[in-house]
Design a protein around this ligand. Structure first.
Ligand SMILES: [Zn+2]
Length: 280
């Protein structure tokens, strides 16, 4: 799933290429594409795109005081629509512009979770942005702010980092990379981290976000998950570039926790006995 750096760089690309262009129309292609009834998307027609922003992992296409919030979820992509065919493959929704160009939201696979919300006025606090924690790049590099956000979340740090209500913008890949860089066990209790551990986490978060954003800004389009920089994510069996140990994995149904035992757990091999007795 694209995370904060991928969405941020994509928002910047879209702003550079499309800001100032007048909206000619919006058409949901699937029944579930449009998640809101009011305001109607047509209220943005005739207005110029102010710019494309981001909150958490959500893109915000703003036309004056009407915004389209676009959640790509796992397999969604928002791209220039060269063909503008009647039934585009994987098509979810299309924005057409006064200059004849169009943007197409597509979703790979069959999950059909990507969607569009039309919002009037200030977007903060409205679905799908309601309940989001601060953006990861706001608390990254700021141990005091991060400590405040993590306080009271007595759960494994890997899961807390991915909880959008706690910190917005971090997903599976960044959670793996941030824990590794901070030399923290992904199973460490977020509420019980010592001050030096929170400081390491804040610094790791900042450098992982910066690296990914720099990489993503160097591209013409959003990277695929395999292309993104990293040291442990989806690298089980490979050599840890920091210490030379082998990168390990704890497998879950929907994601994998990757870590280095030497760097992060004092050599202890993690097994999850809370979800599966077979992983011991
Ligand atoms: Zn290592």
């Amino acid at each position: 799933m694209p995370e904060l750096p991928e969405i941020q760089a994509h928002a910047e690309r879209l702003t550079a290429g499309w800001a100032g262009t007048e909206l000619a129309g919006f058409r949901p292609i699937t029944f579930t594409a449009l998640k809101t009834a009011v305001p109607r998307p047509d209220e943005a027609v005739g207005r110029a795109l102010t710019g494309v922003g981001r909150r958490g992992k959500v893109l915000l296409l703003t036309f004056d005081d009407v915004s389209f919030a676009v959640h790509l979820m796992q397999g969604g992509r928002l791209k220039p629509d060269e063909k503008q065919s009647a039934k585009p493959r994987g098509g979810i929704a299309r924005w057409t512009f006064g200059d004849g160009r169009a943007l197409l939201l597509t979703e790979a696979g069959t999950e059909r979770k990507a969607g569009v919300w039309v919002l009037a006025g200030a977007t903060e606090g409205q679905p799908p942005l309601d309940g989001l924690g601060p953006d990861a790049d706001v608390v990254a590099g700021d141990p005091a702010a991060l400590a405040e956000v993590l306080a009271g979340h007595s759960a494994r740090i890997h899961g807390v980092l991915r909880d959008q209500r706690v910190i917005a913008g971090v997903g599976r890949r960044l959670a793996n990379e941030i824990c590794h860089r901070a030399k923290l066990s992904p199973f460490a209790n977020a509420a019980k981290l010592k001050p030096d551990e929170v400081a390491a986490l804040a610094a790791a978060m900042a450098s992982c976000l910066d690296e990914s954003l720099t990489y993503e800004r160097s591209r013409d389009d959003m990277s695929s998950s395999k292309e993104r920089p990293g040291e442990v994510h989806h690298r089980e069996g490979e050599t840890c570039p920091v210490c030379g140990d082998t990168v390990r994995a704890v497998e879950y149904v929907r994601y994998t926790v990757n870590y280095c035992a030497t760097c992060q757990t004092g050599g202890k091999v993690l097994a999850d006995n809370t979800t599966s007795k077979f992983l011991k």
